[in-house]
Design a protein around this ligand. Sequence first.
Ligand code: C2E
Ligand code: CA
Ligand code: CA
Length: 656
Amino acid sequence: MGNNHEMNRENMLDKVISIDYDYLTGLASRRGLYDYYYSLDKDKVVHAMFIDIDNFKRVNDVYGHSMGDKLLIGISELIQSNTQGFTCRMGGDEYVVLFDGAIPEEEMCAIAERLLAGMEQMDYRKDVRSLISLSIGIVLEQPVSQALDEVLAKCDSAMYQAKYDGKNRYTIYKAYDKTIEINRNIELEMEAALENGEFQVFLQPKMNMLTSAIYGAEALSRWVHPVDGIRHPVTYIPLFEKNGFISKLDMYVYEQVCRIKAGWTGKSYEHIPISVNMSRLHLYNRDFPNVLKSIADKYQIPLSELEIEITESIFIKDHEELIRMVDILRELGFLVSIDDFGSGFSALNLLKDLAVDTVKLDKEFLQVSSNTSRGKKVIRNVIGLCRDLKIDVVTEGVETKEQIDFITSCGCPIAQGFYYSKPLPLEDFELFAEEYASSTLKGCRFPLDGNLLSEDETLEGVYNGEMPIYTDGIFKDSKAFYFPGGEVSENTLRIPNEVLISDSFTISLWMKSEVNHPWTSAFYVKFETGFCSIMPYAWDSVSSFRVRDSKEVYGWYDVSACPLLPGNWYHYVATYNSKTEQAVAFINGEVVGVLQNIPINRFVKTIMLGGDAYQQSFKGNLCELIIYNETKDYDFVNELHQSYVQREDFVAKLTE
Ligand code: C2E
Ligand code: CA
Ligand code: CA
């Protein structure tokens, strides 16, 4: 076991240090590598090789961990017998070898070739051997005066390139191309630019295509250079990813976003979530989630309004660690999305293993696929699959009305793209958000006290009976809309669809029925996939908040409650939470029914008061309708109820 250690020491080490070992393979551990590197003379030059086993996780999954361990040992032997350098296992299925920087480039290539060939001859089960290969990244002539992380970032990015190019190959890190001069300037400038505030956060709106309401935003960096003007991310992000500076930039952007949000208190768009791109370098840092959380806490931003976008390609290695990181972020309360979905090859596997809130369909994917009928089918079904998995879908790069019509018809209501807006500087974004903020996010109220307008007078109901009639309401001088009853759909009142744009919602209303007609709806929403309805009298004089899921034959769900007496006012509240799939019914501020495992209904087709498309219409009064686009809890509902009954002019007769 100590051989490697001895050899390493002879080859390169001039000071004797004690090296931390990986007990499985006998190689140095990650910590050992750091200790070793920092014991080297600063004027030394090294080559570094990053070796990753392709499809290692499959071996573990299919053949078990002991087979995986044997493979790790076998490969560590292969590496040791073919390389003369300091070898370490970084953890998982990754190895790093440091070489003397005097070895010629051809020799380094020959070593990589020998490793790749060696895999095919390895003395090992053939079925496993045919599954696996190596992806190798090499970086040459790195002065030891720089941080080891910088060296690792470079050979790691070369290794990723090898994976991208199809695995089972090696790639040499290239910093020698034409852009090197520009890149060197950028590298000289970047730290100062960050300190001088030259990096700015632009925000691109995410829109609900059905209602044209703003749904959220993505933060994108721009380098506002004093001489060159605005530099776009393509000109610096790839370089920053290689030299590691991206970590700093990402955290800077993230903190700016928290600061921006903190300045929105009281604005109509205060609570829209903002997403931030995070490069994969953070995801190996165990402290990362807590660092994010402590920054959000400092600005008092709810984590549920911050979204972390992680691009699909980083999962190419199918890394369990990354999946765990995503789980931790979500457990803390952050939203997490997979970015550029459909741009790589790992897409479907990802959905199987990774629980995220949102998938962002890649813009190239949309632009290429939406032109052919096969492509369209793929998009339609990917959206359907995500919906089945309770993952929201955001379509990126939407530029035309045709695309909007197509994507919404596939069941994805949210888009980000030039059709709506480019990424905007903060001030412009705020104007945009003000204009498109949905009044319904906070709750849309229809008092129904003499007219059909919403409280803010932006929306209006449409009555399909003759003259609207108003009779006594719940307060001394207030009125309530009177429904005279009638046959199916007669004398009903339509409420604009815009008021309900979220899968989770809360409906609050006051109702007084005159007669108990069974199965009549007081409030009714028809979705593309079913309906929900508040029925004052379902069976045995029991009221119900009923949800119908048309995707299932037996998809009937009744949150039932106590009997409601004709001639009495009731404050009825129904909530539905699409994350927990739970519905709760409240009467007069108290919980009267709870039901779990209710599937999500999506895409509102009609919202109606006073009847539905199946039963006789409701006869009696309704008023004080409020629709919230989120689930409200007991405390909220109870307080809301008290806010009515404690008013001095409250006169409605309530049963105890
Ligand atoms: P991304 O995360 O996929 O961001 C979306 C990109 O698509 C943005 O490019 C945006 O301007 C562009 N886009 C949006 N709508 C449309 C459209 O309708 N048509 C077309 N053709 N393009 C559209 P941008 O701002 O140039 O950013 C490019 C990439 O740079 C981003 O792609 C992201 O991966 C990266 N990036 C930008 N800022 C940051 C950052 O602060 N940190 C990290 N890690 N990456 C960043
Ligand atoms: Ca993004
Ligand atoms: Ca994207």
